[in-house]
Design a protein around this ligand. Structure first.
Ligand SMILES: Cc1cc2nc3c(=O)[nH]c(=O)nc-3n(C[C@H](O)[C@H](O)[C@H](O)COP(=O)(O)OP(=O)(O)OC[C@H]3O[C@@H](n4cnc5c(N)ncnc54)[C@H](O)[C@@H]3O)c2cc1C
Length: 590
């Protein structure tokens, strides 16, 4: 049985050579992110993930969180692990020192988050939601709310949740019905929320719910939604815990994966809530949380892919079946068979491409945060749906390949490969399904601005061509050609979206998910091309075996993944004719 080992070599390579950690560390406030400090953090986080979280992953899946009499007990060992997480200061990494945070770049926190998620996705969801809630409060809360809640949330002593979904309001938050009625300096919240991750649990002494609700005179639709902070326990003026609020967990869901993460039905009965920001602007604030959370869910795709890959490699080296196709041999480990190698390379190359794209986006978040430069934020806004949609869809494919490499043992729970696939399956659904991410990408991020940011990004990718052209390596030249074809495919897709969104919106949206996949594959190819160049440059001085593997992995990605770009472009530009052709009443043939 394989145990999780943080892929520190690749993480360091991506941080330093692709995401520009040295430049990020020059931003004001990030001076502490020196190479030594970052190295120490990565080493320690890797140990925490391997020694504390990974051993709880499979037992946590089997045991699950349990609901009884309004309370939720997390699986054995989770409380102790969470205590260690808080003591280790892991939650405080990216937040402002004024609230007790360590003020480190998002980029560094991203590598740590990947490790926590790889080793135990169910556990990692509690910090994920808490961090989203901190962001929203930091940016939109009053000073009083910040003083009362942020210090304890930053350390992780109190946790946060995100309460959007209601039975009739999933992707469509315009349908939210939960009510908020003003009562002096606070509001009274009533309604039911479903699917609330860590809505109730035993890891922390208080839970702060960020709840979308409507005031009585609010306009219809998304323009009438406000955001409220509803604590499980009210907080006294001296910061101590006060009365139990009337926010309670009615039950938790039985589900396909992430069994240890409680998914709660929450009932609010005249619960005390505090307005965050202004009335009717809740959805905009929620987007702050959602963007952070969407990025993190995209990272879950990377993390699960890495974990599934590590398990598959270990199994492929152990499992003896068949003979070598060329050399005279006895029974060989299955890793010697070309088809198994192909599957492992698909896992490895796509995981590395996704990691590079996610970390590069995290670095852009740091630049956007510190410099307020529009170009960085525009890049982040463009890439968030891609990181979320592409990394999670690919993460599922990779976890599925992991099962395939295990053969029948992959389908049996014993090896752990199946858990990764079950856990990964939610990632394309929550925080906005892939369909919703793709609509955001083609509608808000491309069509609405006439494709400006996408074209700027494509221009910057094209600039890499000059550097690639100077390489004497046949691998790099093959990567260069595949990237140029991929860039053209995205460019054609952007032109189609911009030209048709006004006159054939169905046609544009019919191809939205294929376009998102195209963007992801080409953005991943861009990163792998940069990786190959960086590896070539460092060859004389660095870890030769790692760098050679990086170039070969980038070549594989170009030959087997990037090569899909033209077909995806063709799907996008065909529009909606075939997609919408069969009438609804003809779908079923019974
Ligand atoms: C385990 C788990 C944890 C969760 N955690 C949280 C949480 O912490 N907080 C929270 O608020 N919610 C949470 N959710 C809810 C989650 O965010 C929603 O399930 C998700 O947003 C999808 O909504 P829905 O389930 O109602 O699906 P629906 O919105 O009914 O979607 C069904 C299908 O229709 C498609 N669709 C819907 N509308 C459109 C459209 N306009 N264009 C194109 N396609 C569309 C979707 O892509 C999907 O394929 C969680 C859900 C689960 C299962």
């Amino acid at each position: 049985m394989s145990s999780y080992q943080a892929p520190l070599k690749d993480m360091r390579f991506v941080l330093n050579e692709l995401a520009g950690l040295a430049e990020v560390a020059k931003l004001p406030g990030y001076e502490d992110a020196t190479p030594d400090t970052v190295d120490a953090i990565l080493e320690e986080a890797g140990k925490f993930a391997t020694e504390v979280l990974d051993p709880l992953n499979a037992p946590g899946d089997r045991e699950g969180s349990v609901f009884k009499d309004g309370a939720v007990a997390t699986p054995k060992g989770f409380k102790e692990a969470y205590r260690k997480y808080v003591e280790g200061g892991w939650g405080a990494l990216p937040f402002g020192p004024e609230w007790g945070g360590q003020g480190l770049p998002k980029l560094v926190a991203t590598a740590v988050e990947e490790m926590l998620t790889s080793s135990n996705m169910s556990f990692s969801l509690c910090p994920l939601l808490t961090q989203g809630a901190i962001h929203a409060l930091e940016l939109c809360g009053t000073d009083a709310l910040k003083q009362t809640f942020l210090p304890k949330m930053t350390t992780g002593t109190w946790t946060g949740t995100m309460n959007l979904t209601e039975p009739q309001a999933g992707s469509d938050l315009a349908l939210v019905k939960t009510r908020a009625v003003r009562a002096g300096d606070h509001y009274r919240i009533s309604g039911q929320k479903i699917f609330i991750t860590y809505g109730e649990h035993d890891l922390s002494e208080n839970i702060l719910h960020l709840v979308l609700a409507r005031t009585p005179d609010a306009p219809e639709g998304v323009k009438g939604i406000s955001l409220f902070l509803v604590p499980k326990y009210l907080v006294n003026a001296d910061g101590s815990l006060g009365a139990r609020n009337t926010a309670r967990c009615a039950s938790i869901e039985h589900k396909l994966g992430i069994h240890a993460s409680p998914t709660a039905v929450m009932v609010y009965e005249d619960a005390v809530g505090y307005l965050v920001g202004e009335e009717n602007k809740g959805l905009a604030y929620m987007f702050i949380m959602m963007n952070a959370a969407r990025f993190s869910v995209g990272l879950e795709g990377v993390a699960i892919a890495e974990r599934a890959f590590q398990r598959a490699v270990a199994y492929a080296k152990e499992r003896l079946q068949g003979r070598d196709l060329v050399e005279a041999s006895g029974t060989v480990p299955i890793i010697r068979h070309p088809d198994v190698r192909r599957m492992l390379m698909l896992m490895k190359s796509q995981t590395e491409a996704m990691r590079a794209l996610a970390y590069t986006t995290a670095a852009a978040m740091d630049f956007a945060h510190k410099t307020k430069a529009r170009a960085h934020q525009a890049f982040v806004d463009l890439m968030i749906p891609v990181v979320k949609g592409w990394c999670t869809e690919t993460g599922i494919d990779i976890a599925s390949l992991g099962v395939q490499i295990h053969g029948g043992m992959g389908f049996i729970e014993e090896t752990g490969a199946a858990q990764h696939l079950r856990d990964a399956r939610i990632t394309t659904i929550y925080e906005g399904t892939t369909g919703i991410q793709a609509s955001d990408l083609v509608g808000r991020k491309i069509a609405r601005e006439g494709g400006a940011t996408a074209r700027q990004w494509l221009a910057s990718v094209k600039q890499l061509d000059a550097d690639l052209s100077r390489s004497k390596s046949a691998d790099v030249q093959a990567i260069r050609a595949a990237l140029a074809t991929g860039v053209q495919a995205v460019s054609d897709g952007v032109d189609f979206i911009v030209a048709n969104s006004g006159k054939d919106v169905r046609g544009v949206f019919a191809g939205a998910v294929p376009f998102l996949k195209l963007m992801g594959i080409v953005a991943g190819g861009w990163q792998m091309a940069r990786a190959a160049l960086a590896a070539e440059m460092k060859m004389g001085s660095g870890d030769k075996a790692f760098l050679e593997a990086k170039i070969k992995t980038a070549r594989f990605y170009a030959d087997q993944v990037l090569v899909q770009a033209p077909a995806l472009r063709d799907t996008v530009v065909k529009g909606s004719a075939a997609v919408m052709a069969v009438p609804e009443e003809n779908f079923l043939t019974a």
